[in-house]
Design a protein around this ligand. Sequence first.
Ligand SMILES: N[C@@H](CCC(=O)N[C@@H](CS)C(=O)NCC(=O)O)C(=O)O
Length: 203
Amino acid sequence: MAHKYKLTYLGVRGRGESTMMLLAAHGEEYEDYRVDLDKAQEETRKSPQGTLPYLTIDGNTTVAQWMAINRYFAREFSMYGQTNLEALFIDEIVDTCVTLLEQAEKASAIRDENKKKEAVKTFTHEIAHKYLRFLESSIVSRVGEKETGFAVGSKLSLADIMIFNVIETGRLEGELVEYPRVTVSREKVLENERIAMWLKIRP
Ligand SMILES: N[C@@H](CCC(=O)N[C@@H](CS)C(=O)NCC(=O)O)C(=O)O
């Protein structure tokens, strides 16, 4: 049975972005409910864990935790590998991206402007490279005889979407010279027509 989805998130490009890209890739219709920053507190009271994003299924089931929601959609849309082993490889990449995103958030949350500038510089030129290297070698070590360009297996998966997301959120587009496979995985996301369309019209 097809479900009716409503995704509640802030009107910013943050955690919810990768979920929306999964939904776009599958051509899934859903209610994209954005909350103004000044109304966020009111909205978080309706969330099961007091956080955004959260997902409402069929009007009565609410679910928190962004990555749980992403993994659900990836499974529903066959974007979580074709075997458990592929799913494991995808998870390794996804969790590396989450760690990297947490580091980006940590740097940008610093209030003191000078300290923040320093932290963002360290993130971009040091921390990010440690994890980009992990992502690159993760992809390299799983590439079989048939190189597809996708991070894992022969089709677009949650891994490619999270790689795209972490590069965008961390503003790492200019840091990819040493990571050809990460670069190609990101390009595969951009080549997806539905995602490309979504990227043009997203708020
Ligand atoms: N682990 C949660 C954390 C979500 C989270 O912290 N969201 C922020 C907005 S990006 C939030 O709702 N903050 C309000 C709060 O924690 O009270 C997830 O990944 O969904």
